[in-house]
Write a protein that binds this ligand. Structure first.
Ligand SMILES: *Cc1c(COP(=O)(O)O)cnc(C)c1O
Length: 421
């Protein structure tokens, strides 16, 4: 199996999975996609341990790659937490938040970290990962890369712009993880990373772990294969999957899973007030734009980067229209939905998951086969959720143990040289 950049229309430059993972972004600025989507292996069974299940789904994507024989070991180590399906009165919730940082990004970040570690140790190489973060991504990456051999991470976050609990998750590390509070905005942090990447003094030993990395996308396909198979087995029908979406990396995983033959009836995207995708589906004109701030802040994306991968899967507007549905949810609707679900089911949703539930209610009410994806634990967004439901959200044990760790970070001006002092 080889990978091509979405912008390499004549497919001149092919890479193996490992090369694509270590590289991150293609040199032409595009995103890596596989040369074809294979069919699911007929031996696949949800009774397998999840590590073996994941390795079986992923094996064809690593055919001929040096990680092919390591997949089961990597997957068993990376996915060592449960993936429950939880039945509510109107839907089944797929809870993707049982990893160390209580959000679905743990799947991608951990698979990437364990894969990179394997490759670097084997080739006696070292890499430093730079991450600029305004919240969730930095925490998941730091947690996943902590104590991984031959890897170090520098996390940059803007002073005064990240929530208190988020800041603790960015700064509770030691060893190979360093955190930097930058006197500047998130854009300044991103610029520092970009500047460091093009400085020949540092660039050779630097890499990124951002959400467009193939190593983060592939594992996000696996849980859709798994969850749809479990759902079909338990309910005798295929689910319609509703996915709270921002950069659409999570949903691209679902589209790849469906294309491989996973039992999925349809995929529906829920977005917040950032309406780029629903507007495109309505008008046929794709217009990325600056993001607007919402309560579901991990989905505040106006130019969803993985759309390039979906356009490569569905090259015409007609095909996109056939496969994509999307609807936008306002902050008021997020608040209303969190309250309503708590009253109805005693279940607490994070603001992102609430977008999904609202879209289910609007587009799919009455359908009895909805699988709603929950992307984060509500305790991560307690300042929004707790006043709405009038009670405290208990912290999951993994998150509590992170928040209890001692904090350390350096305060620096917005100058990338200071990262290497
Ligand atoms: C990142 C994130 C999303 C959006 O996922 P994409 O892959 O960017 O579409 C949704 N919810 C939460 C909690 C997230 O952290």
């Amino acid at each position: 199996m080889y990978y091509y950049s979405t912008r390499d229309k004549n497919r001149n430059n092919k890479l193996t999975a490992s090369d694509a993972i270590l590289k991150g972004l293609a040199r032409d600025g595009g995103l890596f996609v596989p040369d074809h989507l294979p069919s699911l292996d007929s031996s696949l069974s949800v009774d397998m341990p999840y590590g073996r299940f994941a390795a079986t789904v992923l094996r064809p994507f690593f055919e001929g790659d040096e990680l092919e024989g390591d997949l089961e070991e990597i997957c068993s180590a990376a996915f060592d937490f449960p993936i429950p399906l939880n039945k509510l009165s109107n839907s089944t919730v797929l809870e993707l938040f049982h990893g160390p940082t209580s959000a679905f990004k743990d799947f991608g970040a951990r698979f990437l970290a364990f894969s990179m570690e394997k490759l670097l140790v084997r080739h006696d190489r070292k890499l430093c990962i730079l991450v600029a973060t305004s919240g969730d991504t930095g925490g998941a990456v730091a947690a996943a890369f902590h104590n991984r051999k031959n890897l170090s991470v520098k996390v940059l976050f803007p002073k005064g712009r990240v929530a208190k609990r988020q800041k603790r998750q960015l700064t509770c590390w030691d060893g190979n993880i360093s955190s930097y509070e930058v006197e500047g905005s998130f854009d300044d942090c991103q610029k520092m990373v970009k500047d460091a990447f093009v400085d020949p003094h540092y660039s050779a030993s630097l890499s990124s772990a951002n959400s467009i990395n193939l190593g983060r996308l592939l594992p996000q396909m696996v849980y859709y294969v798994y969850a749809s198979m479990v759902y079909e087995k338990e309910n005798g029908k295929k689910p319609v999957i509703v996915i709270p979406s921002g950069n659409v990396g999570n949903s691209t995983g679902a589209y790849w899973a469906m294309s491989m033959g996973a039992p999925i009836e349809r995929i529906v995207l829920a977005v917040n007030a950032n309406r780029t995708i629903p507007d495109y589906l309505e008008s046929g004109e794709y217009r990325p734009r600056p993001s607007v701030k919402t309560l579901a802040n991990a989905m505040d994306v106006g130019a969803p980067s993985n759309m390039e991968r979906l356009f490569s899967l569905y090259p015409t507007y007609e095909e996109v229209k056939e496969h994509l549905s999307a609807a936008s949810v306002s902050d008021d609707e997020i608040r209303e939905t969190i309250r309503k679900v708590y009253t109805q089911d005693g279940y607490i949703m994070c603001p992102h998951t609430a977008c999904g539930e609202r879209v289910r209610e609007r587009l799919l009410d009455g359908k009895d086969n909805v699988l709603l994806v929950s992307t984060a634990h509500p305790a991560k967004f307690e300042t929004i959720v707790e006043p709405l439901i009038g009670t405290e959200v208990p912290l999951p044990p993994a998150l509590k143990s992170l928040l209890d760790r001692p904090v350390s970070y350096k305060e620096i001006p917005a100058d990338y040289h200071r990262l290497f002092d």
